[in-house]
Design a protein. Sequence first.
Length: 379
Amino acid sequence: MTIRTAYRTGTAALLLVLIEAVAWATGIALWWSLERFVPAFRFARPWVLWGLLAGAVLVLLYLLDLWRRNRALRRFSEPLLLTSTLGGLSTTRSLLRFLTLRHAFSFAVLALAGPQLGTRVEEVKAQGVDVIVTLDVSNSMLAQDLPPSRMEMARRALAQLVDRMKGDRLGIVVFAGEAYTQLPLTADRSAARLFLSNLGPELVPTQGTAIGAAIDLAREGFPEEAGGSRAIIVITDGENHEDDALGAAERAREAGILVHTIGMGTPQGGPIPELQRGRVAGYKKDREGRTVVSRLNEAMLEDIAAAGGGAYVRATVQGTGIDALVAELRGMDQTETGTYRFAGHEDQFQSFLAIAILLIFAGLLLGEGSGTRKRTIAT
């Protein structure tokens, strides 16, 4: 049997990189799932979670330590003397010992962050605003001049808005040639998230861009008692061919509702893909057989925002522009909205701490040698 007198640092580094990648991906996926589907869960001290980044530093220090050990071991001139003194070296056992202690550290950090689970739900009054988003789902929103597409960028903008609206109420109206209420005003952010992945041209069979009808439908979706804390956000490329969007914005402003707009696309524009089974099969053409180019109509969107007393922002590859509009919303008069929140929380750190302690003991019990010693016979 061959007894190793050095650690396989290359193999150790490769395995650690793979294990770290899987661990971080799993952790991020769990965090995302808890944030969206288990609103009762929270961390009392979320800033402590930054300590998890120290795990990556520990990996680097461990690999550096292996390299230094190998360098020291090479100073032995007689391998037989080395094996008789230390026994064989096991890279696998060394890795297992390190990983056990490294993940014990992670569970200890999670315990210190104070995981808690809501135990009592009660209706409380929160200050917020009522916002209805009117989203253009016409075929022109499939254009890819704003990568990956105008529609995908619009979904991102809406997702960011949902994440930032705590204590507010949100509604969604989709439109193309006609307008439909997709989600009435609600304080349930998880309900709003359910609709995000399904937003697309197939929701409205009649093609076109009826911005005015969408604004009117959104205006009718607000409760009368909301006062000055109401706003409409229009997300579109601005190619309006159906109705009087400016008149609809003015009517909303007269009702005490501000109208903001987000432009999706570029002035240079792009062709409109025709999809088959989710793949681009060609591009839309006019009657003469020329490829139709859809362009962002910024002038129209600026005019709509001005008529509605709101602001216009343009989405780019650097950002959706939603943060600027959230700042505008926070400057409005806040009104009381009834929303359900978890008022009592129980600590759940005990399980994380127990796992950390068990891993520490397991790591301390693990040795790094192969357990094999070569016998020497005196002559």
